[in-house]
Design a protein around this ligand. Structure first.
Ligand SMILES: Nc1ncnc2c1ncn2[C@@H]1O[C@H](COP(=O)(O)OP(=O)(O)OP(=O)(O)O)[C@@H](O)[C@H]1O
Ligand SMILES: [Mg+2]
Length: 348
């Protein structure tokens, strides 16, 4: 049975719908990333699960109990906010102990639990340090410890790493993965960073304009995006406009291939690493740019009628790389191409 079950969950603010009626389940032990662009409703969804926002309609069930009418303190959840929300006048230990004291644990229990939580986030040596004298990453870890110490069944994390620089963010991502392994439990992690979602989560829910538009394991979402929006939001993608007649799609420079579906305009999506250079008697493209990026070379190729494609070629010592101005033909495997009927995706 699912640990968290959302049924018809909806949030409408005065004029706009932030979350459209939504049915969704989160399994115990999941590390779920809720991924989507700014304003798509991620925080609103998370805040409803945590009890910080009242749903306009629908129910929230956690561990078999309807918690829709309960406040945050009465739910088996805990939330880590983007701004950390630490008590600035307290030291590290006091911040982490605060929730335990509210729960009525005795002094010895509090001391033990706090020590354990600080050990988990590698802050044992900082217990007496005022939190205002910590770095951003250390404050972030205090916020995590403060949430973890209460042993929530569901830990809700709203872009907790957004304020950190790249190096610290990578380190904290590792930390979160490790914590999920060690502590267990269920993590729901909101982010607008697709790389972060791919590397952290075992399941991703992609949101677009108040709706969850695709759910799956990272590989699935990347390999089989359900829409043009998902394919461009996660990873890089070339989106080409094609025309379908009688089950054959034709691209602007004349390339045709079979792809079943109704007649009309289609978006043809192919990832840069799935395009190869082919030898052809009448090449239809010209290399416009070559950028060496270490493990791969990024080419920009302009086709005869003006379409530009991005191509990633693996770096292989000893093989000649194309040069700007070279005439080339392109090839890709049919199974790596996805066609989306333009009429069925009006919101893009
Ligand atoms: N208290 C509020 N009153 C009115 N509108 C709100 C309120 N909170 C959020 N909204 C609106 O609801 C929509 C969803 O907001 P939400 O904060 O959930 O987005 P988000 O996906 O978390 O975005 P971001 O990535 O920028 O944090 C937005 O259009 C936002 O303007
Ligand atoms: Mg948000």
């Amino acid at each position: 049975m699912a640990l968290v079950r959302l049924t018809g969950l909806t949030k409408t603010f005065a004029r706009s719908v932030a979350v459209h009626p939504l049915d969704f389940e989160i399994e115990a032990g999941d590390f779920l990333a809720v991924l989507g662009p700014s304003g798509c409703g991620k925080s609103t969804l998370l805040r409803m699960i945590g009890g910080f926002e009242t749903p306009t309609a629908g129910r929230i069930n956690i561990a078999g109990r309807d918690v829709t009418g309960l406040g945050p303190e009465n739910r088996p959840t805990n939330m880590v906010f983007q701004g950390y929300g630490l008590f600035p006048h307290m030291n590290v230990r006091q911040n982490v102990a605060y929730g335990l004291k509210l729960k009525g644990l005795n002094r010895d229990e509090v001391v033990g639990e706090v020590a354990e939580a600080l050990r988990l986030v590698h802050l044992e040596d900082f217990a007496e340090r005022p939190v205002v004298k910590l770095s951003g990453g250390q404050q972030q870890r205090v916020a995590l410890a403060r949430a973890l110490v209460l042993r929530p069944s569901v830990l809700l994390l709203d872009e907790p790493l957004a304020a950190l620089d790249l190096k610290l963010r990578k380190a904290m991502q590792e930390e979160l993965r490790r914590l999920h392994r060690v502590v267990g439990g269920t993590f729901v992690f909101v982010t607008h960073d697709q790389g972060e979602a791919l590397s952290l989560a075992n399941r991703i829910a992609v949101m677009e304009a108040g709706r969850i538009v695709q759910v799956g394991v990272p590989e699935d979402i990347y390999r089989r995006p359900a829409s043009r929006f998902v394919s461009t939001f996660i990873g890089e993608a070339n989106v080409l406009s094609g025309e379908r007649r009688d089950g054959v799609v034709t691209l602007p420079w004349g390339l045709s291939f079979p792809a079943a579906g109704p007649d009309g305009r289609v978006s043809v999506v192919v990832r840069p690493e799935h395009v190869a250079l082919a030898s052809d008697a009448s090449p239809a493209g010209e290399v416009r740019d070559v950028v060496f990026l270490g493990s791969f070379v990024k080419l920009s190729v302009r086709m005869s009628e003006g379409t530009e494609l991005s191509i990633h070629l693996p770096e292989q010592p000893g093989t000649g790389m194309p040069r700007v101005g070279d005439r080339v033909s392109l090839a890709w495997r049919q199974e790596n191409v996805r066609c989306f009927d333009d009429r069925t995706s009006p919101r893009e």
